[in-house]
Design a protein around this ligand. Structure first.
Ligand SMILES: C[S@@+](CC[C@H](N)C(=O)[O-])C[C@H]1O[C@@H](n2cnc3c(N)ncnc32)[C@H](O)[C@@H]1O
Length: 304
């Protein structure tokens, strides 16, 4: 039984080990699963020990992945947010289970922890798998972003394309509202670790589910997935091991998403209102030899 619940759309928060909770859910009942597990980095989560032996962590990982695969519909997608340490093992396991890779995306952020021993970590892998690539739910028109060609290079040809000035996002994610949630960011929920930005979840949920569909997060944390799913009129299930964490997530879910547009829905990255002037991205980009990279967390948007 869920511990916390809301209606319209139905949102259920379960407290417990996701492997056990998932085992009690009907097979093939969920359109979209987004998983952001503990990384085994010794993070002081409430109740959960984040420092297993490597082999134990992998056993845990394969068990929750298999439990997710069981509840995923045949047209559903499974996303995993995971660092370098475990990405390769997860990709191999999902392929062995017959899932098909759609994209291996990267979430790029700046403000990585300073170090001398090796390069500073500035990314997490965002693995996008489906049971069947061809029949999967996929709504590219709902997640479009301004193209560089239109907004930076002022290329007139972009005005006559099927989606003038817009394109499906790249497989490397960065930019406005996609920085790490920390400091004075207005999305930040104190007491939670590794919170995913709402804009990131908006892209996953809008791209891979329809209104009324069921979205599931086996590691709910601060509640980002259910918060954004509600704003986008999707049903959702969140599973969280720690009861205090789940209670805090539920308070957030009730308060709603903070990146809201005038229509009451979270905004996509801002539309290219100055299409053709070449101005839009100047304020948040650094020019380098073969293109542009965003300053990322340094942008005004990410400090909001
Ligand atoms: C990385 S955080 C998730 C952050 C979340 N994506 C957000 O935006 O806030 C991982 C969460 O999984 C929870 N957790 C760890 N092991 C779990 C398990 N076996 N079942 C359910 N939740 C678990 C932790 O308590 C923690 O809150």
């Amino acid at each position: 039984m869920p511990k916390f619940m809301l209606e319209d759309p139905r949102t259920e928060v379960y407290v417990g080990d996701c492997r056990e909770v998932l085992a009690g859910l009907p097979a093939e009942s969920v359109e979209l699963i987004f998983a952001d597990p503990p990384f085994n980095w010794n993070v002081p989560y409430s109740g959960w020990k984040d420092n297993m032996r490597r082999t134990d962590y992998l056993t845990f990982t394969y068990e929750w992945l298999d439990a997710c695969i069981r509840v995923l519909k045949s047209n559903g997608s499974l996303w995993v947010n995971i660092p370098d340490d475990w990405a390769a093992e997860i990709v191999v396991h999902l392929k062995e289970r017959g899932l098909q890779m759609v994209n291996w995306c990267i979430w790029h952020f700046r403000f990585g922890q300073c170090r001398d021993a090796n390069f500073i970590v500035s990314k997490v892998h965002v693995l996008y798998f489906a049971k069947d690539r061809k029949s999967r739910i996929w709504n590219p028109d709902d997640i479009l972003v301004p193209s560089d060609r239109a907004s930076i290079y002022n290329d007139a040809r972009t005005r006559s394309t099927r989606r003038p000035g817009l394109r499906v996002p790249l497989d490397v994610w960065y930019g406005d509202y996609l920085g790490r949630i920390q400091g004075a960011n207005k999305e930040r929920r104190p007491g939670h670790h590794n919170q995913i930005p709402e804009t990131y979840m908006q892209r996953v949920i809008m791209g891979c589910s329809n209104e009324g569909d069921l979205v599931l997060d086996p590691f709910l944390g601060s509640g980002t997935t259910c918060t954004v799913a509600r704003a986008l009129n999707r049903r959702s299930i969140g599973i969280e091991f720690s009861e205090p964490t789940a209670a805090s997530a539920f308070e957030r879910i009730k308060s709603g998403a903070v990146r809201l547009g005038p229509d009451g829905k979270p905004t996509l990255e801002s539309a290219p209102t100055d299409l053709g002037t070449g101005r839009r991205r100047r304020r948040d980009t650094l020019l380098y030899s073969d293109g542009v990279i965003p300053i990322g967390d340094d942008t005004e948007a990410n400090r909001a």
